[in-house]
Write a protein that binds this ligand. Sequence first.
Ligand code: FE2
Length: 133
Amino acid sequence: MPWNPVLAIGVPEIDKQHETLFQKAEQLFEAGKNGKSKEYVGELLNFLGDYTVTHFNDEEAYMAAIGYPDLQLQKQQHKDFIGKFVKLKQDYEASKGNILVILGANQLVIDWLMHHISVEDKKIGNFAKSIGK
Ligand SMILES: [Fe+2]
């Protein structure tokens, strides 16, 4: 699932990170599909998880900096996603490297990101624009 420019919210730093998230999810999906080793896939999972945390922190700092009114809602949604992702990593470990877990992981990441970006993060972009940022 490649990045789609329709998902851009108009804040370049954030859009860039969203694009990277999609690339990382794609790499994970490909690795799972191509039967890469459990260690390799595990590293990609870790990387995606770490990158997501960094991205959420950056996005939250941006929202705070512009006085975005729905920061708490965003924080809660980010936290929920991290929780889901951690659970997924545990499932992958427990499954001893089952590809179905990876395909499920990819679906979770892509579906969640698409929905979250197109609905919630778009509002950040609109708010930034409304205050001339
Ligand atoms: Fe967000």
